[in-house]
Write a protein that binds this ligand. Structure first.
Ligand code: AMP
Length: 143
C-alpha cells in the first residue's frame, strides 16, 4: 500500500485542493515551488499505462481546471505538468500522480527552486521514424 492510498482513505492528512468520486488533488509536502499540487486517481494503479479509461477521463476533465486554479491563485508565469512512471523516470510513489509545478519570474527562496529539466534530444531518421510510428499506431489500435 502506498502513502497516497492512505491519504485517499483519510489515514494520513493532506492539504486537499479538489476531490470527486474518482480524483483527489492536494499540495505536495516537498514542493519544488510554491503551489506544487499533486493530482491522483483514487483507483490503485502504479503507472499511467495501468490506469482505466474511467479514471483517465476523470483526471483529464479536472486537470486543466486545477492548472487554472494554480495559475490564478499563485500568479505563476508558467507551469509544468509532470507525470513520472517507474523508478528510472524518478517515480518514488507507485500510485499514479500528476504534478502541477508552478514557475515564477522570481524563482528563489520565496517561491522555491522549481523543476530542473535537461532536454537531450537525439538525431532523427525519417525512415526509421515512419516504421516506428506505424508499429506504435498498430499497438495503440490493438489495445
Ligand atoms: P514522484 O517522484 O513523481 O513519485 O513524486 C512523489 C511526490 O509525492 C513527491 O514530490 C513527494 O514530495 C510527494 N509526497 C510524498 N508523500 C507525500 C505526502 N504525504 N503528502 C503530499 N505529498 C507527498
Amino acid at each position: 500500500m502506498t502513502i497516497f492510498r492512505k491519504i485517499i482513505d483519510g489515514e494520513i492528512p493532506c492539504h486537499r485542493v479538489y476531490e470527486d468520486e474518482r480524483v483527489l488533488a492536494f499540495l505536495d509536502v516537498n514542493p519544488l515551488s510554491r503551489g506544487h499540487v499533486l493530482v491522483i486517481p483514487k483507483e490503485e494503479a502504479a503507472t499511467l499505462d495501468a490506469l482505466s479509461d474511467a479514471s483517465s477521463e476523470a483526471i483529464g476533465r479536472v486537470l486543466p481546471r486545477l492548472c487554472r486554479a494554480v495559475v490564478r491563485v499563485t500568479g505563476c508565469r508558467a507551469y509544468n505538468v509532470l507525470q513520472n512512471n517507474g523508478a528510472d523516470a524518478h517515480q518514488a510513489v507507485f500510485h499514479v500522480h500528476f504534478h502541477i509545478i508552478p514557475r515564477y519570474a522570481d524563482q528563489g527562496s520565496e517561491t522555491g527552486g522549481g523543476l530542473g529539466i535537461a532536454w537531450r534530444s537525439m538525431g532523427f531518421d525519417h525512415g526509421a521514424g515512419a516504421a516506428l510510428a506505424e508499429r506504435l499506431a498498430t499497438a495503440a489500435a490493438e489495445d
